[in-house]
Design a protein around this ligand. Structure first.
Ligand SMILES: C[S@@+](CC[C@H](N)C(=O)[O-])C[C@H]1O[C@@H](n2cnc3c(N)ncnc32)[C@H](O)[C@@H]1O
Ligand code: SF4
Ligand code: SF4
Length: 428
């Protein structure tokens, strides 16, 4: 029996090997060079012996066929490989030169508008940006993303459903082989729109900060809890995969298990916890909401206690990587924990096309996207060169965390500061 790559899996070569992305379920794995060639050759026809020979020819290393067989069997379980199905053959390119960032973003975070129908006191969005890219300009960006083999388009805002071309954008991205995902407050997403998105959208992320009205609405619009319940029902009915974004704060940090249980009962497939970042809407919101080192220990304990108890995937944002400090580097890699990923794995685009390393930083500018994604991605050198030194520099997980520069800039106005806001005791 020959093995084949799942036809939904796309591979992009990187200097370390490559990235395999499964468009069907949004999962991503990193491959070393041998595994990358192995994956590329899995077309359902080429035998493992011949693949072994290809690897030997290109990398000049001996590979054991039983080892290739074990790798193939282990990847069947997570949907990357099937038995006996013909898939497409990839024309291999050279491995790119070594850099400390990917050859192209893994995902592009695009705020399609900064307009919003809500007024959350937590909101970090700069509503003075009123210019918006046209549908054609966004489609041009999607074309470039496809050329550069970007895997995902993360659409956010503002409230993205205020744009009447959103379905068109989503469908175009899917047509170009890119998985489109949307983050929304859910209030404008009707059954009719959901029906038009069905089959094209990857996942919809609904923002829900608590399992009951008072918790959720403590810094969100009145009626937003009911709206979230309605939209989750619509998404269940349309069988659209959805997840929940929970913005952590002093209010909800002791309710983590109840919130996870609520999300699982609602049918969410993932729950993503976000670290609070400074608000542009109400200047002292962050001072009230931000978590202390002890609060983060509570969050870490709660997450550990519930792990495996609910049928839902639990994730954390890149600014919370330090919560994983008890994991080994191998496990961190396996769980896809990469720490600060701004301008390394993704970039953020404002509605007017201006680019930044991530949605929470506007002091490092990468140029306007209308001048080309490739050039913008190769920029950002000043931001990338920032190495968090001091206590962070000697922390054993600094490679998988690297501190949140958005928070450092706000807290100390010094990105190289030692004040990281995490609870790990370092031996300086
Ligand atoms: C700015 S909103 C845009 C999408 C949509 N309007 C919504 O609320 O879901 C994107 C995400 O940022 C989160 N968010 C809002 N304020 C934040 C803050 N100060 N720090 C971190 N995340 C925040 C929201 O909860 C939401 O999940
Ligand atoms: S967090 Fe989302 S819903 Fe709330 S004001 Fe900001 S953009 Fe609007
Ligand atoms: S600065 Fe880095 S860690 Fe912080 S939110 Fe942005 S990408 Fe994530």
């Amino acid at each position: 029996m020959h093995y084949a790559r799942n036809p939904e899996v796309v591979i992009r070569r990187e200097h370390f090997g490559g990235i395999a992305f499964n468009k069907a379920n949004g999962t991503l794995i990193e491959l070393d060079r041998e595994a990358c060639i192995f994956f590329e050759q899995l077309d359902g026809e080429t035998s493992l012996q011949n693949i072994g020979k290809q690897i030997q020819d290109e990398l000049n290393v001996n590979v054991s066929i039983p080892r290739l067989y074990d790798v193939a069997e282990s990847l069947i379980g997570n949907g990357f490989i099937c038995k006996g199905v013909k898939s497409y053959h990839i024309i291999a390119e050279d491995f790119p030169e070594q850099k400390d960032y990917l050859s192209a973003p893994e995902s592009v975070h695009l705020a399609v508008t900064h307009r919003c129908n809500y007024h959350c006191t937590s909101c970090y969005v700069d509503d003075s940006v009123t210019e918006e890219m046209t549908t054609t300009e966004i489609k041009n960006l999607i074309d470039e993303m496809a050329d550069m083999k970007v895997f995902q388009l993360a659409i956010g805002g503002g409230e993205p459903f205020l744009r009447d071309d959103l379905v068109d954008i989503v469908r175009y991205a899917r047509l170009k082989g890119i998985v489109p995902n949307i983050t929304t407050n859910g209030s404008l997403l009707t059954s009719e729109i959901a029906e038009q998105l069905s089959g094209h959208i990857g996942q919809i992320q609904i923002s829900v900060n608590g399992h009951n009205r008072s918790l959720h609405e403590s810094f969100r619009q009145t009626e937003s809890f009911d709206n979230a319940l309605i939209v989750m029902k619509i998404l269940r009915e349309q069988k659209i995969k959805f997840g929940i974004n929970v913005l952590l704060s002093k209010d909800n940090l002791r309710e983590i298990e109840q919130i996870i249980s609520f999300a699982a009962k609602q049918g969410a497939s993932t729950i993503n916890f976000l670290r609070p970042k400074p608000s542009k809407s109400e200047s002292n919101w962050y001072e009230r909401a931000r978590l202390s080192e002890n609060d983060y220990k509570t969050v870490q304990e709660s997450l550990k206690n519930v792990l495996g108890n609910y049928h839902i995937k639990i994730t954390i944002d890149c600014a919370l990587s330090f919560l994983m400090n008890s994991e080994s580097p191998d496990d961190l890699q396996k769980h896809g924990v990469y720490g600060c990923s701004g301008a390394r794995r993704f970039l953020s685009i404002h509605p007017d096309g201006n680019t930044y390393p991530c949605s929470f930083i506007d002091s490092y500018y990468g140029g306007n996207i209308k001048n080309g994604l490739k050039g913008v991605w190769e920029g950002f050198n000043e931001f990338r060169e920032l190495q968090v030194t001091g206590k962070c520099g000697v922390c054993n997980i600094s490679k998988f965390c690297a501190g949140c520069k958005a928070i450092l800039l706000y807290e100390t106005n010094d990105i190289l500061s030692q004040k990281q806001g995490c609870f790990i005791k370092k031996s300086t």
